[in-house]
Design a protein around this ligand. Structure first.
Ligand code: 13P
Ligand code: SF4
Length: 322
């Protein structure tokens, strides 16, 4: 399910800033029409992109579904490379652009296709579940992919006693705590979420009284132990919209609170601030440039696309859990 975005930039950006960037937004909109393009933005984008340039916003599962559903000829992925690759795998006929090829991910960079092949040799016959935060080659070596919005359901959908789970050890441990399926974990981690500590969160709680904590499952277990809700970026947004708490501590990439704030105007967000340097490489300027020059186009070898698509489509059939 994708989130069709309602523009509420005025709630989070000063009027003068909106006025200053309006010519750039107008240019992006003109190019979108000319190219028959959509800008799909992850929830971690800065508010200017999220509120003013994006046609569709969401978590990595929503952005994958968009690639399946859109009529546009061109998708500009305002996110990181693995998200753009996922869109290309799902719909190889579309032109998929990433405004900066350096927008990587510590999880995706921490495992290769040959690493997965080695694990499969070590555990013959055990299916591989890979988080979408992986390269196309790793997806191609996997039976099925998952996101943080459906990891538990994906693992259980296989109906087996054990799985190899790559690459996020913390998401894997979180799922392992909720299922009977034995999880053989790769020891990858997100450079942003692994910096949060349980001690830091419990200190905040002592200072602030009884404040609900919601957290992304890429956080270490001692952080998740402090949370009343653990879920994808989409799940956290839903949790805030449903509960409309007076205050909430949102443990994930820092920009997200700015983006959720417009949907929950009465909620105060407390956020120990860790930014993802990869996500922050995407700017209004390079989105405009990407649309103008049609760069950087995602290209994946045909045989890798075919094998990776089986794993991604199998995940899309499982659907969303949070
Ligand atoms: P979501 O799938 O929850 O949007 O998370 C993607 C991600 O990269 C989180 O760091
Ligand atoms: Fe990767 Fe972490 Fe950045 Fe998400 S926040 S893109 S998992 S490095």
């Amino acid at each position: 399910m994708t989130t069709i975005h309602t523009t509420r930039a005025i709630d989070v950006l000063p009027e003068e800033e909106i006025a200053a960037i309006q010519p750039l937004i107008d240019e992006i909109n003109r190019l979108k029409v000319e190219r028959n393009a959509v800008v799909a933005a992850h929830n971690y984008m800065t508010p200017d992109i999220f509120h003013l340039a994006a046609d569709i916003t969401g978590d990595s599962l929503a952005l994958a579904n968009l690639a399946l559903e859109t009529d546009a000829d061109v998708i500009v992925l305002a996110g990181v490379v693995f998200m753009a690759e996922t869109a290309k795998i799902i719909n190889p006929k579309k032109m998929v652009l990433i405004p900066d090829l350096e927008a990587g991910c510590s999880l995706a960079d921490g495992i290769t296709g040959s690493d997965v092949r080695r694990m499969k040799e070590q555990y013959p016959g055990v299916p591989v579940v890979s988080y979408v935060n992986t390269s196309a080659e790793v997806k191609a070596e996997s039976e099925i992919t998952c996101t943080s919005g459906n990891a538990l359901a994906v693992v259980e959908s296989l109906g087996v006693e054990r799985v190899i789970f790559t690459p996020d050890q913390y998401l894997g441990k979180w799922v392992a705590g909720k299922t009977e399926v034995e999880m053989i974990l790769w020891e990858g981690s997100c450079m942003v979420h692994e910096r949060f500590t349980g001690e830091e969160i419990s200190d905040y709680k002592k200072d602030m009284g009884d404040i609900p904590v919601i957290a992304h499952p890429e956080c270490p277990p001692d952080v998740l132990a402090e949370a009343v809700y653990v879920g994808s970026t989409h799940g956290m947004i839903n949790w805030v919209s449903k509960h409309q708490p007076r205050k909430v501590m949102m443990i994930t990439e820092c920009s997200m609170a700015d983006n959720v704030a417009s949907a929950a105007p009465d909620t105060e967000f407390v956020r120990p601030c860790n930014l993802c340097p990869h996500m922050k490489r995407i700017t209004l300027d390079n989105i405009r440039q990407s649309l103008e020059t049609l760069t950087h186009q995602i290209e994946i070898p045909q045989d890798v696309v075919e094998r990776a698509r089986r794993a991604v489509n199998r995940m899309l059939e499982v659907g969303r859990q949070d």
